[in-house]
Design a protein. Sequence first.
Length: 235
Amino acid sequence: MTLIEIMTKLEELGTEQTRKTFMNHGAKGSLFGVKVGDLKKLVKHVKKDQELALALFETGNHDAMYLAGLSVNPKLMNKETLQNWVKQANWYMLAEYTVASVTAESPFALELAREWMKSEEEMIAVSGWSTYSNYLSITPDEQLDIAEIQQLLHQVEATIHEEKNRVRYVMNIFVICVGTYVMELHAEAKRVASAIGKVHVDIGRTACKVPLATDYIKKIEDRDKIGVKRKTCIC
C-alpha cells in the first residue's frame, strides 16, 4: 500500500467515539480516531517498508504516527530521526509508547534516554523515562548499569512528587519496571515504591488510574514472574 492508500484506510477506520476518547486523554492535532487493535492489522502492509513507515510519522497525524511506531525496524533508526520523533510527540501516547518503545530497541536507547530524562520539556522527559523503563524490560540484567539504575531509583524517591504531571506517571512506572524486571534491585524498588506511595497525576477526563507501584510489583511477585524479560516492548 502507498502512503495515500494507508492514510485513506486510516480515515475509514477512524470513529468519532475513539477520537473523543483520545482527545479526553490529551490527544492534540490531527487524528482520525483509529483503535490500536485496528492499527495493528495494518502493520503487515507497512512493516517491510521502512521509508513508508517513516513517511507515516511525518504526516503529523496521530494514527499514522502510532502505526509508524508499530511498523519501523528500530535497529535501522538513526539518532537524528529519533530526535525528530521525540520533538513531534505532542501527547503522552506518542511520547510514552511510540517514541519510547522504538528508541528502547534502537542502538541509541541509553544515550537518548539519559539525554531526554533531563529535559525541561514534559513530553521529552516522559519519553526519556519511558525509554529507560522499556529498555529494562528487554535487556538481560548482566548488560544493565545497576549502579545507574539504583541512582535513578533514589532520584525518583526524592523528586517524584514535585515533577511535571506525566513525568510523575512515568517515574512511577520506572519503579515498577525496576521491581519487575531487575532481579538485583527488586528489593530496593519495593522499598522505593513503599516510600513514594500513591502518585497523583491529572489524567484528564478519563477513568484511568495511576498504578500503585507496591501493589503492581507484588502481583508480578505472586505470579513468580520477577526478572522475566519481554521479547519486544513495541506494542
